[in-house]
Structures are given as C-alpha cells and as structure tokens.
Write a protein that binds this ligand. Structure first.
Ligand SMILES: Cc1cc2nc3c(=O)[nH]c(=O)nc-3n(C[C@H](O)[C@H](O)[C@H](O)COP(=O)(O)O)c2cc1C
Length: 712
C-alpha cells in the first residue's frame, strides 16, 4: 500500500529517495546494497550473528534494497568463499528467516543472490566444474590459491559438466530459491556475472560447448533460463527473480554490450523482475573489483544501454560513492537504482547520512580492496575493511564510554594515530595528537598526489573532520620525547616508517632523493599543504627507484606519468607481489603502457622497467648505478636520479617511553611496516583499550578491564 510520505520529496536527492516498485514489491528508495559475499557465515553455510549484524546495519542505515551476497545452492561442489552462505539444505531456512527479519524491521526489502562458482570455487579446491574444460589462472578471484606463484605455475584444472549434471544443478538452484522464499525474502537474484558458473555458460569466451548448452546465443542462455523456469515452477510466478550479469566481459572474444542488451530483453521476456548490470570476468580482475584507478560510475554506461531496451528496473554499480553523483545519474534516467557494495562496507549509514543532508559525514570507500578482499576473502578469512573497523568486529558498533576520562597523547597524525584518537575521544578521553609535520594525514598524503589514487584524500578529509568534531587537540611541528609527555596517562606511538638509507658508496649523492620528496604535494591551493612546504623534487629524465613498497609503486606511477624513463629495482622475484591483485594487475598493465580494461588513455609515454632479484651496490657521481643480482652478477645502469623507496619502522620513542616507566603502545608502521588496514585496525583497537584501569601486561601490551581479582 502506498502511503502519504511517498509523495514527500527530498530537497537534495529527490530521485535517490523516491520509491520504486520491483516485481510488485515496493522499495522505499533507490539505494541498493549489491550482493557482497562477506564470507562470515558458519562453516556449514548457515547464518550467524555476524551475518545478521552486517546486514542489519545496512538496513538500519536506510538502504532500500539489500541483496545478500553469493549463497551456494550446492556446497559439496562449489563455495565461492569458504564461509559463504548456503541455501542447499532446509536447516538453513530458520537462520535465513532471522536474517530477512533483521532487515525488514528497518524498512528494507531484501533478496538473496544464489551463486554457484563453478571454476572459481574457493572450496573444494579440486574437481572444479564449468561449461567447458579449461586450465585457467585467475589472480584476483577468491578461488585463487593464496600463493599466487604456485597457482600460476599449476593453473587450475577444470572439467566440462555433463548434461545431466547441468539439469541437476538447475534443480538445486530452484530448491535454493524456494528456501529463500520460505525464509521470507522479497526476491531472489541469480549471479550470472564475474565469470561464476551461470556466467561461464553465458560467456562466448568461456563456453566452448557444442551441445544445446553452448554455441549460439540462445544455447548459452539455456542454463539461466532453465533455472528461472524451475524457480517459477517451485516458487510460483509472483516470486520476483532478478539476474545480475556483466555488461561487458572485457576480454578478447568475450561478451560486449550489444549482446548484453539482448540478454536483458530475453530475461524480461522470460519474466525477470529486474536486472543488475555489473562488469567483467576474472580474466580482467580490475573490472570486477575496480581498484582506485577507476572513476566514479565508469560502468554506468552499460546499465544505461540496457535500460533503453527494457521496462524492468535496472541496477547500476561500480565505484559509486557520492550521493550527489548518484542522484544525478538516476535523475538523468541512466539507471533505476544505484548499487553500492564496498561503500556500504566502509559506511553502512551512507543512505542515512545523505538523507540527513550530511554527505560530508560519509566515510567514502577508497576502493583499496585490502580489507574486504585481499586480506579476507582471498586468504579464506571473514570479511574486514581497511577503514571501518566495525566490519566483522562488533565491539566497534556501540562504543561505550570509558570508566574514567584519561589524558592521552598520540604521537603521529597518520591514519593509525587519528583512528586511535577518534575512538578514544568518542569514549570520552581527552586526546592530543603530536604531529611532526604541519598537517594531518601521514603516509596517505603521499598517495593523494599519485594520478588515479587521489581517492585516498577522501579518507584523510574524513579523519580530519572527525578530529575537529571530537575536539582532538593537534600540536603541529612537534616530536616530543618522554619528558614532555609525562602529563599524559598513556602515549600511543604512531610515528610510522622512515625511508631506509643503506650505507653503500654514493648514498649521499645529491642525485639520491626519497619517494617522499617525489610525492610531496605540489598543488598550490591544496588544503594539505597550506604553503609551508617545499615543493616536490623534480627528477631528471631517467630515474631508478630502489625498493618494493607502496612508496616505490606510487613514485613510479607519478614519475612515469610525467614522461620519465623509470626503472624499478626489487630484490624479490617480481615487483609488488604484496599488492592487492586487482590493483597489481592494472598497475602492471600501465607499466607496459596499457591501462586497466574500461579505462581510457595510456597514461605512460614510456614503459616502466622492473629489474628483479637485484639490489644497488653503489651510486657514482655521474649517475652510474651498480646493480648486483641473486647470482652475484654485476651490471651498470645510468640514472639522473635514484629514488630510495624502502621503509623501516620508526618506533624508537616507544622503547624510550617504556624505559622511562610510562604506559605506551606501539601501532602501525612504527611497529612493523605494513599497510593502511594494519595501522587503522591497531589504532582502533588501542583507542578501545584505554580505560580506567590501564595496565601493561607481560607482552608489554596495554590492557584494561582485566578480571577484578587481577592487579598487574
Ligand atoms: C568483498 C566483496 C564481496 C563481493 N561479493 C559479491 C557477490 O557475492 N556477488 C556479486 O555479484 N558481487 C560481489 N562483489 C562485487 C560487488 O557487488 C560490486 O559489484 C563491486 O565491488 C563493485 O562495486 P562497488 O564499487 O560498489 O564495490 C563483491 C565485492 C567485494 C568487494
């Protein structure tokens, strides 16, 4: 039943917050959580408290339609992640029912996405099935082995499914949909995107069959249409079915937008209630999980093309972050709903904050993929987020005030230090940040100036806003020693890392600079650099970057973008093996003078060269750099500048504080050089630890709330 408030128009986002009917079901607004497998279910695929907490947050956050991530119809033959949800047994129904209720009670409508991973199964790891026999290596997929090198060497053997097996699995999809309906969900969605099993059948690139399930367009569509027919038979015609698929596969011989428009028309004819237009297959991982390089809404053209050809609602997704941008694309009629996955992970209250006209409060996802993908699903863990510590850790959802107000010093105003300050200040502590430079942001500030990585600035801006709102005192140009910190109850050392300067001949040459010198912001009006900073170092035409760290990658991108001849020297077997694979895939394509699929332009005029398994042994006056490889063979290279890009922890203050008998904690790169997620998680944890009875335990870690009988 439509209600009076349907006619209420939001002053800033009238289309975003207008209702829509999908398959006869009314959805309160146009904000959709596109399916996200959070890999946090129980080992048997049943719902647990963590799965409910995640989805309930998003419903409470004002999202109109929530599509629960990939849920397997047959866990014996394929789970997309090791702890995905399962819909393959009736005992799953009660848990799914609680999940639906948790979303319904906050006004959201909800669906479950049913997916069989086929060749991309994370579990089991052998006996994988697909439309066709293949040997395929898919770095970037969660079904990819943890050790990429090994996987690359072995590939994954995949067998073609028999016809009986196909019909049997179609029946299991229908059974799964029936369970979803029994549990009280409003819709079911079929996952035909990203190279998972349905997509494997639909794809002209993957599907090499010659029987009735391969070859022609209709034959390739037969599997998904068969599943839809069986669902309707089991669940009735009124239970709405949506289908997600990729507008383009972004691989040679793959599907392009032309056929995707035909698919939408065919699905509509066969009764689909909506289509959800995604991108890519894992041969082009950057299009499935678009890294930082991809601009907001780059994939919306695909939904737009489909929308022109059908009457059913069309969802668009990929790198949508600003409510204003989303409003515009909906108002222009390019899609019917905006689909947000990672944005909901970074901030489940996205819709509420836009609705309350406080868009600046949104913690915008920076598309780093480190927490939600690389360090969780890819390595078979529950999902986390680099910038939202509450994901997978409910201690951060409702932060209680501390037992007593403490005075807390945070030394270092990078992301870890600011996150520690934020959580501690929310708990009522009085917090002072000491920052050695003239601005807050730490290592993030280097990334902001790298073309394609300026989304990092969103997070720096958000943290700075929180510091202001929480009245955290900031003392700039300050590097205090223990004596100056005695007035504080505890000190958090978040001093980050410093550039390593190995003692080799020529290290003090004026040609030698650091990645920080190169990545200094040069925008005169940039708020990060109010003018009290030296400009970035301008390098000569040829540059050798020595190191294998974020700083090395970022300096290479900036300098190559300026047209320099860049050579990277790494002691490892290849450069940036630590990097999130979708980012690495796109970065290496750029190094080879290409770009990520779907991205316009070739950003570098010269290729970036990588010299692996090597180190620098000396630097001559004239720019002659001597390299030595793993076989002790020496070679010489000429470079106008040498950029030092190895980082080591700078946590000496911590030891001095402990020696002075003070309570201290060491977090982030200052403890061990890692990444943003490590710094933010450790910052959040220590912010939550500081309490009335703060003590140092035998590990020299700060603890509080120990049992009453214990005094340390
Ligand atoms: C951790 C994670 C899990 C995902 N799980 C699914 C899934 O189960 N089904 C699906 O269709 N897409 C899945 N995706 C893709 C997202 O739905 C989305 O299309 C993609 O992340 C790009 O959109 P975004 O920028 O809003 O995140 C997942 C993405 C991430 C990061």
């Amino acid at each position: 039943m439509d209600t009076d408030f349907d006619s209420m128009t939001h002053p800033d986002y009238p289309t975003l917050f207008s209702p829509i009917r999908i398959g006869g079901v009314k959805v309160a607004n146009r904000v959709c959580h596109v399916p996200t497998d959070i890999s946090s279910a129980n080992a048997d695929g049943s719902v647990n408290a963590r799965v409910i907490a995640y989805h309930e947050q998003i419903a409470q956050g004002g999202c109109g339609l929530i599509i629960v991530g990939a849920s397997t119809p047959d866990k014996a033959t394929g789970r997309p992640t090791v702890t995905c949800l399962a819909v393959d047994e009736d005992p799953m129904i009660p848990g799914l029912g609680e999940l639906a209720e948790a979303m319904h009670r906050h006004g959201a409508r909800c669906a479950v996405q049913i997916q069989h991973p086929g060749r991309q199964a994370a579990w089991p790891r052998t006996g994988l099935m697909s439309a066709s026999d293949q040997l395929v290596d898919l770095p970037g997929s969660a079904g990819h082995e943890v050790v990429y090198a090994e996987a690359q060497a072995k590939g994954k053997a995949i067998r073609e499914m028999g016809v009986d097996e196909i019909y049997g699995l179609a029946e299991k999809f229908a059974e799964g949909a029936w369970r979803v309906q029994q549990a009280g969900f409003d819709f079911v969605e079929l996952h035909g995107a990203h190279g998972y099993l349905i997509a494997q059948f639909m794809s002209p690139y993957v599907n090499r069959r010659t029987d009735r399930f391969g070859g022609s367009f209709l034959n390739r569509m037969r599997f998904v249409l068969e599943i839809m027919a069986r669902i309707r038979h089991k669940c009735g015609r009124d239970f709405p079915i949506g289908v997600r698929y990729s507008g383009e596969e972004w691989v040679d011989g793959g599907r392009t937008i032309r056929e995707s428009v035909r698919i939408a028309q065919l699905l509509e004819e066969h009764g689909a209630a909506f289509v959800d237009i995604s991108a890519g297959i894992f041969e082009a991982p950057g299009t499935v999980m678009d890294p930082m390089y991809y601009p907001q809404g780059w994939n919306t053209y695909a939904a737009e093309a489909v929308k022109k050809a059908v009457k059913i609602p069309v969802i668009t997704s990929h790198s949508l972050r600003d409510p204003e941008y989303c409003e515009r694309l909906l108002a222009e009629g390019r899609a019917d709903l905006v689909g947000l996955s990672r944005q909901m992970i970074a901030d489940p209250h996205w819709a509420n904050k836009a609705y309350a006209r406080k868009p600046e409060e949104i913690r915008k996802c920076i598309s780093c993929l480190v927490g939600c993908w690389q360090e969780s699903l890819m390595i078979k863990r529950h999902m986390r987020c680099a910038i939202n510590p509450a994901i997978g850790d409910e201690r951060f959802l409702h932060i209680a005030r501390a037992g007593a107000r403490r005075r807390l010093a945070v030394v270092g105003g990078g992301p870890g230090g600011m996150e520690a300050a934020r959580i501690a200040a929310m708990r009522g502590h009085e917090v002072t940040i000491f920052e050695r430079s003239g601005e807050l942001g730490g290592a993030i500030l280097c990334c902001c100036v790298v073309p394609g990585k300026n989304k990092m600035k969103w997070y720096a801006d958000w943290l700075r806003l929180q510091m202001r709102k929480l009245a955290v005192e900031v003392r700039f140009h300050a590097s205090p020693e223990p004596d100056a910190l005695r007035e504080f109850d505890a000190v958090i050392v978040a001093t980050g890392g410093r550039v390593a300067r190995p003692s080799i001949p020529g290290i003090d040459s004026p040609r030698v600079v650091t990645f920080q010198d190169v990545l200094r912001c040069h925008m005169t009006k940039c708020e990060f650099h109010p003018g009290d900073k030296a400009p970035p170092v301008e390098c000569g035409a040829s540059v050798l970057i020595w190191g294998d760290h974020f700083g090395a990658a970022d300096a290479a991108e900036k300098l190559a973008g300026q047209g320099k001849q860049v050579t990277l020297v790494t002691e490892h077997r290849d450069f940036a093996l630590w990097m999130e694979p979708c980012h690495r895939d796109v970065m290496l394509k750029r190094f080879r003078q290409g770009n990520g699929e779907g991205l316009a332009g070739k950003p570098f005029p010269h290729p970036v060269k990588v010299v692996s398994r090597s180190t620098v042994t000396s630097i001559g006056e004239d720019g002659e750099v001597t390299l030595m490889d793993a076989a002790f063979t020496k070679s010489v290279l000429r470079a106008d500048n040498i950029v030092l890009a190895s980082v080591e922890p700078e946590g000496g203050l911590y030891g001095r504080l402990l020696e002075a008998g003070m309570r201290a904690a060491l977090i982030g790169d200052a403890a061990r050089v890692r990444n943003l997620r490590a710094a933010v998680t450790e910052g959040a944890n220590i912010g939550l630890t500081i309490d009335a009875d703060l003590q140092l335990n035998a590990n020299r870690a700060l603890v509080s709330n120990v049992p009453t009988e214990v005094t340390l």
